[in-house]
Design a binder for this molecule. Structure first.
Ligand code: SF4
Length: 169
């Protein structure tokens, strides 16, 4: 559980990052996004357990980047964050221009394939996990061949640090 001072510090850092990304002066928007993210049980689809580790601040739109930055800042800044694994669109998808409807991405077949591979490799179910524990387990088991199999067709893969960050062995 986070102490109050740590929480305030993390919130301030995320707000600063969001303000820089969005280049807006309205603190009202940033405050609303942050309070929602800090208070919520984050829903993640399986392959986003990998994306949230490799994310470097780039994405499909300003709104996507702002949302992804806030979510990853919380996941990386806390010691124990409960997350709900969902076999559907998630809290990251919610700000993505590729999301067409609930459980429907513009590249649905590809995304479902990614999710399925992550679930199969790491025996994941649609339930709650502690994000940091799950990520440690994934990093301990992930090999370069597994990572290539899961993420090889992703357009971000060749130009991101995902593999360096996630594959330890
Ligand atoms: S809607 Fe599709 S492209 Fe967008 S974050 Fe979700 S899975 Fe990725």
């Amino acid at each position: 559980m986070m102490g109050g001072r740590v929480c305030v510090g993390l919130t301030a850092r995320i707000k600063k990052g969001l303000a820089e990304i969005l280049c807006v002066s309205s603190r009202v928007i940033i405050d609303r996004v942050m309070s929602e993210i800090m208070a919520s049980l984050i829903r993640l689809r399986p392959h986003h357990l990998l994306c949230t580790q490799g994310y470097e601040g780039r994405g499909y739109s300003k709104e996507f980047v702002a949302n992804m930055t806030a979510i990853t800042a919380r996941l990386r800044g806390e010691d124990k964050t409960s997350v709900q694994l969902v076999f559907s669109t998630d809290d990251i998808c919610d700000a993505c221009p590729q999301k067409l409807a609930e459980d429907l991405c513009a590249r649905n077949d590809k995304m479902k394939l990614l999710d399925g591979k992550v679930c199969d490799y790491f025996a994941l179910g649609e339930k709650q996990y502690i994000y940091q524990e799950l990520v440690s387990e994934i990093k301990a088991k992930m090999t370069a061949a597994m990572m290539d199999d899961i993420c090889g067709d992703c357009s971000w893969y060749s130009e991101s640090a995902c593999k360096d960050i996630i594959v330890c062995s």
